[in-house]
Design a protein around this ligand. Structure first.
Ligand code: OSB
Ligand code: MG
Length: 371
């Protein structure tokens, strides 16, 4: 398979409600989509999960687009042919920029699987047609607003609730949610907002029977996470720290976590995500699929990944209406009985709503191969 063309499209998508984390508030997503066309005219789509600003990790959407245009696209066109398995090795001279690489790999894989009529879920080794879905609930100034938000999601039937926390908005918030919603499956995500000196606060979370505490400390602080994990009863889950399968293996060897959140964008693609799943499964460590406020394109990939046997905890794979008034795929994800269906067609299994996409496109760059 040869790439004839790559389009880098930016779309502006307002969230149905602002999403606040310890690192900032997202109101509108400025999303980079990658569309590839093969020499045979087969199309593939990928989504880059990088945010507008480098606040979750060092990556940001303008940087992702620049690195693709300047350093990745030329490497891809220098290849006589390319498949999804080639993307990571070909792009390995370019350090980091995993979200950019993941978007390219997703688009190439979509085109490759459409060419041979295979579903992504089958390619990855998924075993489920629908996956239990959780929801990630943003920080609110008002506790009442937060409780109302949680009530909406509990009523909708989500399989578990994840609360974003930060210093000063943690123990009391969790206590209030437990008080109002009883033993609803509950977990928290700190997005690296704490320090080891906050250990006493983190220990107080042990009183609430949480499924897990996600990424309390900074990305680099793997060994300090082991200290937290040893001090708490509640399982520790890593998100930001796990940037690759090797990083996952190291974190497990250091006993820095009990559970791993897997996001294809964070780790450089779906194939690396599957390797992390393999590393964890081999050691009996549960994993779940995280989310990055994706459109229906990235969500389709997450749902296929979440269908793998090692994904034994509900993911942040919520229904599209939790994020968007109008998604960019013709059949957006819906929550039914606490689960979201894995798309069934070849490749990602979703069709892009081109007319709507055109309407919300803010810029488009077309890269063409000379060959
Ligand atoms: O840490 O999981 C995270 C969104 C943006 C950046 C980081 C995170 C999140 C979420 C949202 O928690 C998950 C979702 O897509 O619903
Ligand atoms: Mg997280």
């Amino acid at each position: 398979m040869q790439l004839a063309e790559m389009d880098l499209r930016r779309v502006e998508m307002p969230l149905v409600s602002p999403f606040r984390t310890s690192f900032g508030t997202e109101v509108t997503r400025d999303i980079l989509l990658v569309r590839v066309v093969t020499n045979d005219g087969v199309e593939g789509w990928g989504e880059c999960v990088a945010g507008t600003e480098p606040l979750y990790s060092s990556e940001y959407v303008d940087g992702a687009q620049e690195v693709i245009e300047r350093f990745m696209w030329p490497r891809l066109t220098s290849m006589p042919s390319v498949r999804a398995v080639d993307i990571q090795p070909v792009l390995s001279p370019v350090r980091g920029h995993r979200m950019a690489k993941a978007a390219i790999e997703m688009a190439v894989l979509d085109a490759e699987l459409r060419t041979c009529g295979m579903r992504l879920v089958d390619y990855l080794g998924g075993i489920r047609d629908a996956v239990p879905a959780g929801v990630s609930v943003g920080i609110e100034d008002s506790l009442e607003t937060l409780l109302d938000n949680v009530a909406t999601f509990v009523d909708a039937g989500y399989a578990r609730i994840k609360l974003k926390i930060e210093p000063g908005r943690d123990v009391d918030v969790v206590a209030a949610v437990r008080e109002r919603f009883g033993d609803v499956p509950l977990q928290v995500d700190a997005n690296a907002a704490y320090q080891l000196s906050d250990l006493a606060t983190l220990r107080r979370l042990d009183d609430f029977g949480l499924l897990l505490i996600e990424q309390p400390l900074a990305e680099e602080e793997v060994r300090a996470h082991a200290v937290v994990a040893a001090a708490l009863q509640t399982p520790i889950c890593l998100d930001e720290s796990v940037v690759s399968a090797r990083a996952a293996a190291d974190a497990l060897a250091l006993r820095a976590c009990d559970i791993v959140n897997i996001k294809p964008g964070r780790v450089g693609g779906l194939l690396e995500a599957r390797r992390i799943s393999d590393v964890c499964s081999a050691q009996g460590v549960p994993v779940w699929c995280g989310g990055m406020l994706e459109t229906g394109i990235g969500r389709a990939a997450n749902l296929a990944l979440a269908a793998l046997p090692g994904f034994t905890l509900p993911g942040d794979t919520s229904g599209a209406d939790r994020y968007w008034k109008r998604d960019i795929v013709t059949e957006p994800a819906v929550l039914i009985d606490g689960c979201v269906a894995v798309p069934q067609g070849p490749g990602l299994g979703v069709q892009v709503d081109e007319e709507w996409l055109t309407t919300i496109t803010t810029s488009s760059v077309e890269l063409r191969s000379d060959g």
